[in-house]
Design a protein around this ligand. Structure first.
Ligand code: CO
Length: 142
């Protein structure tokens, strides 16, 4: 049987699930009540969001709140003012190799196609939901 992928850049663990909300600190509070470790809010002006991280043993929940007038999550929150799952982030060993492979397969990379530094100080890319079963996907170099 031929493996589906033999490429060296392999898909790794689920780094985080991002939930868009109007107030990230407030949203994370209930996780703190359940005993999870909750971070202080971290503004990411380059991404137009404020983030609050909830550390779980096997992944993170990342609450994202709009920052500034042209936040990329503003439209999402107009449609879902109570909040909702916004994207999933998977780790990859080599983000440029992963990107090139996806482009070869006809997948669409959002923005200018170049990785930007994400919430954890590592290069990230966002992939079009139409290529991923309706889910917005973030890749983060592990
Ligand atoms: Co993210």
């Amino acid at each position: 049987m031929t493996p589906v992928s033999t490429h060296a850049s392999s898909l790794g663990r689920l780094n985080h699930v991002a939930i868009a909300v109007l107030d990230a600190v407030k949203a994370a509070r209930i996780y703190g009540a359940l005993g999870a470790k909750v971070s202080a809010p971290v503004p990411l002006p380059e991404h137009g969001v404020i983030t609050v991280f909830v550390d779980l043993p096997n992944t993170k929940i990342e609450f994202i709140e709009p920052l500034g007038d042209s936040s990329p999550i503003a439209k999402f929150l107009e449609r879902s003012p109570d909040g909702g799952i916004h994207h999933l982030c998977y780790e990859v060993t080599d983000i440029l190799a992963a990107r090139d492979r996806l482009v070869q397969e006809g997948a669409r990379i959002l923005g200018d196609g170049e990785p930007r530094i994400g919430a954890h100080g590592k290069p990230v890319l966002f992939l079009h939901p139409k290529d991923f079963s309706g889910a917005l996907i973030e890749l983060e170099q592990a």
